[in-house]
Design a protein around this ligand. Structure first.
Ligand code: NAI
Ligand code: MG
Length: 479
């Protein structure tokens, strides 16, 4: 086993963060007590202590938010694109200015390492607002000869794995295209969306253009069943995605769904192995594996299998698992008790299916939700741990001999969100990117995101694209 560097703790300070004890709903430009009279707690998953109490929006609250958005729509959609852009630029700049505070809250509320929220989530969220702000007055150039028009009110429901970033993916293009929105963050991670509401208020957006309601599945269902929204946008599980699709059909609404995944990450024997090992790590252990495009099925060409496996295990032995607020931490807390239970269930299933398990020795903290990074070898295509999305730090490794074989194996999944290919040969990359049924394919890298680049899936991973001008198209209609 490799020696772990004996690093002293380097905790990020939380003293600069301002959090309230209780949060209300952001409707029509102001924070309002929920008419439902109901509240719920949001927990720090690293300690399982309460951070704040948050409102649970009932049907009446959702209705108020939808009506506020509907009322704000005519003026907002008619506003000169340049003026709309100014508001969105203001949001982007404020996120940057307050990025440290956002990063800390994101890690407190969701359990991800501060290094990731600081270097990935928050900068990317700002980038999406900047990118879309730039298009607000240039839509007729983005879609030449098509006279783009906004849709109306968009109801947007987001998950808990990238809370602020998903809010940015949803709100930024909708506003740039002249729509108004009602957004619901996930019930375990509502705080950065509520902070964003504060920024939106400070930025002086007209009341009702952005409304943020908190709550769980029932609140979400009230949003999708509501007659006002013309568009539903969802990121989350395939199971809930199916309900949302049905609501969209029933209500004759436009819809985009970004759902689960079980991506193939493919290592050929001519790949730069050290870099590929880092790519495998980043592919599955980034954000505790709570990533829809995670490279959770690894395929290694037989000739380099032993080398890749031993280097991968050696690298895993160096992981620092624990306090999300420590700048040295590689793997933080599992987002919720429920998700930990799901992951543990899959670890049990993997063992029962006869797979061999490897976990590095790590000192997991006594309280909080923790899962050691895990890999499974000796797995079969039909195993549940190979077919089903685990959404945790769990990798299943298979081998292959030929290109045709790996294409068959990689496509043997109900999902089709992403994939990775590692090889020295450009021709092989092109062959694979043509043959793999996945919306995003990375070559010699993994989990790289960019506001200018479209993202989305095939099959049970959903449909529609977010990011780039493709992402804005989903918030427009054309005469
Ligand atoms: P979920 O799909 O239930 O939650 C996502 C969002 O949908 C949350 O805001 C939730 O409040 C909302 N929601 C739940 N039921 C709803 C309904 N009937 N109508 C409208 N909105 C509703 O995801 P959950 O249960 O937290 O996680 C379960 C599994 O889903 C995970 O283990 C993972 O496999 C997958 N997942 C995938 C994500 C992705 O990014 N593709 C994100 C989160 C979860
Ligand atoms: Mg929380």
């Amino acid at each position: 086993m490799t020696e772990k560097w004996n690093l002293s703790a380097a905790p990020e300070s939380t003293s600069h963060v301002e959090l309230q004890d209780t949060y209300h709903l952001f409707i029509n430009g102001e924070f309002r007590k929920p008419k439902s009279g109901k509240y719920f707690d949001t927990i720090n998953p690293a300690t399982n202590t309460v951070i704040a109490t948050v409102s649970e929006a009932g049907k009446q609250d959702v209705d108020d938010a939808m009506k506020a958005a509907e009322k704000a729509f005519p003026a907002w959609s008619k506003l000169d694109g340049k003026e709309r852009g100014k508001y969105i630029f203001r949001i982007a700049r404020t996120i940057q200015e307050r990025s440290r505070e956002f990063a800390v809250i994101e890690s407190l509320d969701g359990g991800k390492p501060i290094r990731e929220s600081r270097d990935v989530d928050i900068p990317l969220a700002a980038a999406h607002f900047f990118y879309c702000a730039g298009w607000a007055d240039k839509l007729e150039y983005a879609f030449p000869n098509r006279s783009p028009k906004p849709l109306g009110v968009a109801a947007q429901i987001i998950p808990w794995n990238f809370p602020l970033l998903m809010a940015a993916w949803k709100i930024a293009p909708a506003l740039a295209c002249g729509n108004t929105v009602v957004l619901k963050p996930a019930e375990t991670t509502p705080l950065t969306a509520l902070k964003l509401a504060e920024i939106i208020q400070e930025a002086g957006l007209p009341p009702g253009v952005v409304n943020i309601v908190t709550g769980a599945g029932e609140t979400g269902a009230a949003m999708t069943a509501h007659p006002i929204p013309k568009k539903l946008a969802f990121t989350g599980s395939t199971e809930v995605g199916k309900f949302i699709y049905k609501a969209a059909l029933d209500g004759n609404k436009k819809v985009t769904l970004e759902l689960g995944g079980k991506a193939a990450n493919i290592i050929f024997d001519d790949a730069p192995i050290e870099a590929a090992v880092e790519g495998i790590i980043n592919g599955i252990y980034f954000n505790q594996g709570h990533v829809c495009c995670a490279g959770s099925r690894l395929f290694v060409q037989e000739t380099v299998y032993e080398e890749v496996l031993s280097k991968l295990k050696r690298r895993m032995d160096t992981f620092i698992v624990g306090d999300p607020m420590d700048k040295n931490t590689d793997i933080g807390a599992i987002n919720s008790k429920a998700q930990l239970k799901t992951i543990e269930e899959y670890l049990k299933i993997g063992r029962e299916e006869g797979a061999e398990i490897y976990q590095p020795k790590c000192n997991l903290p006594k309280t909080g939700n923790w899962c050691a990074p895990t890999l499974f070898t000796n797995v079969a295509q039909s195993n549940r741990i190979v077919q089903e999305e685990i959404f945790g730090p769990v990798l299943a490794i298979q081998t292959f001999r030929t290109i045709d074989e790996v294409i068959d194996k990689a496509n043997n999944t109900p999902y089709g969100l992403s994939a990775g290919v590692w090889t020295d040969k450009g021709s092989k990359i092109f062959q694979l990117t043509q043959a793999l049924k996945a919306g995003v394919i990375w070559a010699n890298t993994y989990n790289k995101f960019d506001a200018t680049s479209p993202f989305g899936g095939y099959k049970e991973s959903g449909f529609g694209r977010e990011g780039g001008i493709h992402g804005m198209e989903a918030y427009l209609k054309f005469d």
